[in-house]
Design a protein around this ligand. Structure first.
Ligand code: ADP
Ligand code: MG
Length: 254
C-alpha cells in the first residue's frame, strides 16, 4: 500500500512524444513516448549505452533532439534565452558525479542558485538552505567544503542544491553509482523520503530495492528504445521481453 497522495490531473507534468535523436549514425533515442504525472516516481533502467543519460539530458535540454516534442507542464521546451533558463530551474538534476563547487561551502553550494538565478535575498536563501540541509540530514556540515565530506554526504548536498531551486521535477542519473557501497543507502533513504513527500522524480538507477519501495513505474530501455513499462512488482517478477529478462538475470546474479 502506498499512502502517498498523487494528484493525477489531466495534464501530465512531463510529456515526450516521438522523440528521436542521433549522434552521427547512432540512433540514440528512438521514437520515445513517455508521460510522467505530477507526484509520480519513474525509474528508468537498462543496459549501459541504451540512452538513459541522453534521455535525461534531452529533458533538461543539455542535449538537443532531432525530432519530436518534449513538454513540461504543457509547454514545449524553449530553445534558448530566458525561457530556457526558467525551464532549467523547473527541472532539477542530480548526476552520478556530484559536481559541487569545490571552493564553496556546503551551504553556499545550496544557496548559490537561489541568490544568483532566482534572485532571492541572501538571508532568505540561507534560511531555506539550512532547512534543506536538515531535510537531507546534513545540516551539521553546512560550513564545510565538499572535499571534507564523504561521497554519500556530497550527493545529499547535491540533492539539497537541486531542491533549493523549487523544481517541478528532479531527474536523477545514476545518483548512487559512484558511491562506496556503505553510502548508497543514506542517499536512497533521502530519495525515498522525497518520493513519499510527493516530489515528481525520474530516476535512472539499477537499485531494485529503491525501485520496489518508491517507484510507481519502471521504464526499461534498450538500444535507445523504451522496450517495456510496468509496475516495479510486475517488471521485476515477470518481465515481458527477452531483453528485459536477459538484463535482469545479469544484474540479479552479479
Ligand atoms: N556526446 C556524444 N557523442 C556521441 N555519442 C554519444 C554521446 N553521448 C552519448 N553517446 C553514445 O550514445 C549512447 C547512449 O549513451 P547514454 O545516453 O550515455 O547511455 P546510458 O546512460 O544508458 O549508458 C552510447 O552509445 C554513447 O556512447
Ligand atoms: Mg548513463
Amino acid at each position: 500500500m502506498r499512502a502517498r497522495f498523487r494528484a493525477m490531473t489531466a495534464t501530465p507534468l512531463l510529456v515526450l512524444e516521438n522523440v528521436d535523436k542521433h549522434f552521427g549514425d547512432l540512433h540514440v533515442l528512438h521514437d520515445i513516448n513517455l508521460s510522467v504525472q505530477r507526484g509520480e516516481v519513474v525509474v528508468v533502467i537498462g543496459p549501459s549505452g541504451s540512452g538513459k543519460s541522453t534521455l535525461c539530458r534531452a529533458i533538461n535540454r543539455l542535449e538537443t533532439i532531432d525530432s519530436g516534442t518534449i513538454r513540461i507542464d504543457g509547454e514545449p521546451l524553449p530553445a534558448e534565452g530566458r525561457g530556457l533558463a526558467r525551464l532549467r530551474s523547473d527541472i532539477g538534476m542530480v548526476f552520478q558525479a556530484f559536481n559541487l563547487f569545490s571552493h564553496r561551502t556546503v551551504l553556499d553550494n545550496v544557496t548559490l542558485g537561489p541568490t544568483k538565478v532566482l534572485r532571492r535575498p541572501k538571508a532568505e536563501a540561507r534560511a531555506r538552505g539550512m532547512e534543506l540541509l536538515e531535510r537531507v540530514r546534513i545540516a551539521e556540515q553546512a560550513n564545510k567544503y565538499p572535499a571534507q565530506l564523504s561521497g554519500g554526504q556530497q550527493q545529499r548536498v547535491a540533492i539539497a542544491r537541486a531542491l533549493a531551486m523549487n523544481p517541478k521535477v528532479i531527474m536523477f542519473d545514476e545518483p548512487t553509482s559512484a558511491l562506496d557501497p556503505e553510502m548508497v543507502q543514506e542517499v536512497l533513504d533521502v530519495m525515498t523520503d522525497l518520493a513519499q513527500e510527493g516530489m515528481t522524480m525520474v530516476v535512472v538507477t539499477h537499485e531494485m530495492g529503491f525501485a520496489r519501495r518508491a517507484a510507481n513505474r519502471v521504464v526499461f530501455m534498450a538500444d535507445g528504445q523504451i522496450v517495456e513499462e510496468n509496475s516495479p512488482e510486475v517488471f521485476f517478477t515477470t518481465p515481458e521481453s527477452d531483453r528485459a529478462r536477459d538484463f535482469l538475470s545479469k544484474i540479479l546474479t552479479h
